[in-house]
Every structure is written in structure tokens, then in C-alpha cells.
Design a protein around this ligand. Structure first.
Ligand SMILES: Nc1ncnc2c1ncn2[C@@H]1O[C@H](COP(=O)(O)OP(=O)(O)O)[C@@H](O)[C@H]1O
Ligand SMILES: N[C@@H](CCOP(=O)(O)O)C(=O)O
Length: 334
């Protein structure tokens, strides 16, 4: 073991928060985000060689996760990764995993995706460094999608893809590609307001209607197509002018106290767009002026945060920019 340990002390991977749907692309559009003040908004998974497989959960939101670590999605990621390694004929080792759960659960910030991506990428990085085995981008995305589906009840890549790859990701119906990067607007700020209450993704999917009208279908297709076209032409005004959600927001906003009032206020004050991040309750607001972003951060802190049933307030607001890097290995001294 000591000879093996000297070969590789361990690996830590950070996976960032993301905005699922971005209003116009239900289940098919997602954006990785990072706070401009350097806060690590995302989960970290660290791995070292051990005598037994184990998972330890630490961090601010550890207590919100299942008590038995075998119910934690990170544990399922280890099982899935080991199975894939065996199928590929690669050797695996006993590992001690630590999840630093920095992300609130049921927040609309892609919390489960952060854990899934950090875990699978940490395992992949570990084996790439340890014995030059592991998987390519496509296999990794497929495993990430499988884990996200297990936890949320349906397959959607709009959190795992931007969390893993960074930037704005558009899911394409081609099993060889899965996701394509869309050009983004470098001068835009995304003010992310997590009110501190939890909304389960599964429950927020169940409130959606099973069918949509022809008018909604046309509206949806036109908004998404116009947004994608505007991103490619670097036309910020056009892009954000069509950021309207006809699929989820009308049916979910009643789950988000004060969302409608906050949206109305922020749009009246010059925000380019306001929407529900993922399935909520986090609100995102787009602006292209840093002072305005900070002004909205303060307003949302005063007006959008809520008190949980236990009397605590777990909410926060961050001014973010696009995270173009996605999941990354942290230096051991980070
Ligand atoms: N590592 C983990 N991170 C997040 N959720 C987890 C994890 N492990 C298990 N869970 C469970 O998965 C569910 C995730 O809920 P979900 O609403 O999908 O969260 P989010 O929208 O924040 O990704 C919760 O019931 C949570 O207890
Ligand atoms: N497309 C999904 C996104 C869920 O995101 P989360 O951050 O709430 O897990 C949906 O809208 O259901």
C-alpha cells in the first residue's frame, strides 16, 4: 500500500452550480455559474486509497442528506464507476471518498448534479493518474445522466452537462454528442438568489401538465430557436428578450414564495431577464452591469430569502458569471 500511496496521494474535484432550463430550454439547456467573489459554489469530492471502500460526508449541507451513506448518490456513483471499470477490463482499488456538501439540496442549483459530477470526475481523474485507465467524455456524460435520472426520477442532462463541461450547454438528440457548447455573453452577470427553502425536483416535475397546446409549442420552439440563434450572433438584446418560459414557470411559480413579485420588480429596474433556476426555488436574474448586479443582490437578500420550518435561514445570494471551466481538480493546498 505505501508504494501505491506514493504513486498518488489522492484527488479532489470541484463541480460547480448550474442553472437548468435557462427558461427557454426545459431539460435541454443549462449554464454553469460561479460567484465573482471566488466562493466555491458547488460540491467537492476527494478520494484516497484505503483498505475498505467508504464515504464520509462533511460540509454545511451534509445534515440535509440521507443518514445512511449508502443512500447518498456519491456512493451509487462509486458502484456504477466500479461496474463500468470491470466491464472495460480495468482494475479498481479500495477507496475512501469524502463529499464536501457545500450545495443546498432541492435548491434548483443542480445540487445532485454537483455531487454526481464531482464523484464521477474524481474517480476518473484518480484512475487516469493512478493506472492510466478511465473513460472518455461521452461515457462520463452517460454515467452522469444515469445517476441524475436515478435521483430525480427522469433523465435530463441540463445540470450534469454544464456542471461537467462548463459554459452554456445545449443537449442534442445524438447519442454520440449528447451536448454542445453555446457561445455566451462575457459581460453578463447572473444574480442567483436561493431563498433557503427546499423544492424537490421530482415534486416540481409532477406539477407540470402532461400535454401542451399548439400555441405553447410554437411559442416554446420560437423562443428556444431565437435564443440559440442570438447566442451564435452575439446578440445579447435579442437573446434575453425571448427568455420566457412557457413550459415550467407558469406551473411552478406558486411553489416559490415571492417569485412573481421579485420578477416584476427586477424587470422594472432594468434586469435583462429573470427566471426560475432549474426546478427552483432559486431565482436567477441577468444584468450586464456589475453595479446593478450588486444592487439586485442586496435587494434579493432583503426581499427574497425565507425562513425554513426549523426557524433557520439557509438562503444566500451570489453575483455570478458563466463558469466556462466546469468540473476541475483542486490543488491539494486549495
Ligand atoms: N449527494 C447528494 N446530493 C444531493 N442530493 C442527494 C445526494 N445524495 C442523495 N440525495 C437525495 O437526492 C434528492 C435530491 O433532490 P433534488 O430535488 O433532485 O435536489 P437538487 O434539485 O438540488 O439537485 C434528495 O432527496 C436528497 O436527499
Ligand atoms: N430540467 C430540470 C432541471 C432541474 O434542476 P434542479 O437544479 O432543480 O435539480 C427540471 O426543470 O425539472
Amino acid at each position: 500500500m505505501s508504494q501505491l500511496m506514493s504513486k498518488l496521494d489522492g484527488v479532489s474535484v470541484f463541480a460547480p452550480a448550474s442553472i437548468g432550463n435557462v427558461s427557454v430550454g426545459f431539460d435541454v439547456l443549462g449554464l454553469g455559474v460561479k460567484p465573482i467573489d471566488g466562493t466555491l459554489l458547488g460540491d467537492v469530492v476527494s478520494i484516497v486509497l484505503a483498505d475498505e471502500d467508504s464515504l464520509t460526508v462533511v460540509g454545511e449541507f451534509a445534515k440535509k442528506l440521507p443518514g445512511d451513506v449508502k443512500d447518498n448518490i456519491v456512493w451509487h456513483c462509486l458502484l456504477l464507476f466500479n461496474k463500468a471499470m470491470a466491464e472495460a477490463g480495468y482494475k479498481t482499488e479500495k477507496l475512501a471518498l469524502t463529499l464536501d456538501k457545500k450545495m443546498p439540496v432541492g435548491s434548483g442549483l443542480g445540487s445532485s448534479a454537483c455531487s454526481v459530477v464531482a464523484a464521477l470526475e474524481a474517480l476518473n481523474q484518480f484512475y487516469q493518474q493512478y493506472n492510466q485507465t478511465g473513460f472518455d467524455r461521452k461515457k462520463m456524460l452517460l454515467m452522469m445522466g444515469e445517476m441524475e435520472a436515478q435521483i430525480s426520477g427522469s433523465l435530463h442532462y441540463d445540470n450534469v452537462a454544464p456542471c461537467y463541461l462548463g459554459g452554456m450547454q445545449l443537449m442534442v438528440p445524438d447519442a454520440d454528442i449528447i451536448s454542445r457548447n453555446l457561445p455566451q455573453f462575457d459581460d453578463c452577470f447572473y444574480v442567483m438568489a436561493y431563498p433557503g427553502i427546499s423544492v424537490s425536483t421530482k415534486a416540481a416535475r409532477e406539477v407540470l401538465p402532461p400535454e401542451y397546446s399548439r400555441a405553447d409549442l410554437i411559442h416554446f420552439g420560437q423562443n428556444l430557436a431565437t435564443f440559440v440563434d442570438a447566442c451564435h450572433r452575439n446578440d445579447k438584446v435579442q437573446a434575453f428578450s425571448v427568455l420566457t418560459d412557457v413550459v415550467a414557470e407558469p406551473y411552478r411559480q406558486h411553489l416559490l414564495p415571492k417569485f412573481a413579485e421579485a420578477k416584476q420588480y427586477l424587470l422594472s429596474q432594468g434586469s435583462l431577464a429573470v427566471g426560475i433556476s432549474g426546478s427552483g426555488p432559486t431565482l436567477f436574474c441577468v444584468v450586464d452591469d456589475e453595479d446593478k448586479a450588486k444592487e439586485f443582490e442586496q435587494w434579493l437578500t432583503n426581499n427574497y430569502l425565507q425562513t425554513e420550518a426549523d426557524g433557520n435561514n439557509y438562503g444566500f445570494v451570489h453575483v455570478c458569471k458563466v463558469d466556462s471551466q466546469g468540473a476541475c481538480v483542486l490543488n491539494t493546498d486549495t
